[in-house]
Design a protein around this ligand. Structure first.
Ligand code: FE
Length: 220
């Protein structure tokens, strides 16, 4: 099983994406996905293509071993060590491997850095490509048609809904993921964290800040 559930746009083709991410409609869609997933699992098992145990182990792996704590470790290390940050921006896959994080999807990870003048936002307009090895499974909103279309058409409006207000002078760059290239945002290190340990820094790095939808937490 891979994360690459290519649901090409056709079945969503007539929506216009102004719905709220956790609208009743979105919740119905989730239970529909759940039903589809159960049906798929039953078929795979029935035809001998996968065992229930194997599927359970995979779900266990995705839910518990993967997660944004890996990405947060990478970001915190980059904040603490400028030479690592340079290597991370040059080759995200190799730099993650330096910390023992290997991709389960075998994709290239490209890291894009926020700065005073640039804010990066990651989307997969086609489906749900995402750096699983660094962030775990994508949130439901990342896979929603509303986000996939609006992140490109009106990124500032989307960011505002996530509570991320940017000055007008800040350039917003939107990165469209594919199965081959997945993106991770390197947020700016929050002010007031001088001398912090990497563990303390990592605790400020939210999942959404590594997608670009949010910002890191501020020091308490
Ligand atoms: Fe995708």
């Amino acid at each position: 099983m891979t994360d690459h559930e290519h649901e090409h746009g056709h079945e969503h083709g007539h929506e216009h994406g102004h719905e709220h991410y956790d609208s009743p409609k979105a919740r119905r869609a989730r239970s529909e996905y759940e039903l589809r997933t159960m049906a798929l699992e039953a078929l795979l098992v029935e035809r001998g293509l996968a065992s229930t145990d194997a599927i359970d182990r995979y779900v266990e792996y995705v839910e518990h071993r993967l997660g944004p704590h890996h990405g947060a470790r990478v970001v915190a290390h980059a904040w603490a060590d400028p030479s690592y940050a340079a290597r991370l921006l040059a080759d995200g896959t190799a730099a993650a491997a330096e910390l023992g994080i290997e991709g389960i999807e075998g994709a290239r990870v490209r890291v894009v850095a926020n700065s005073a003048g640039v804010h990066n936002l990651v989307v997969c307009t086609l489906c749900s490509c995402y750096p699983w090895s660094l962030l775990g499974a994508p949130p439901l909103w990342y896979k929603s048609f509303a986000y996939r279309s609006r992140a490109v058409a009106e990124p500032r409006a989307v960011l505002r809904e996530f509570g991320t207000e940017l000055d007008d002078e800040v350039e917003v760059r939107v990165w469209d993921s594919t199965a081959e290239t997945r993106y991770l945002v390197l947020p700016e290190r929050p002010a007031g964290t001088e001398g912090w340990s990497e563990d303390e820094l990592a605790a400020l790095v939210t999942r959404d800040s590594m997608i670009g939808a949010g910002m890191p937490l501020a020091p308490a």
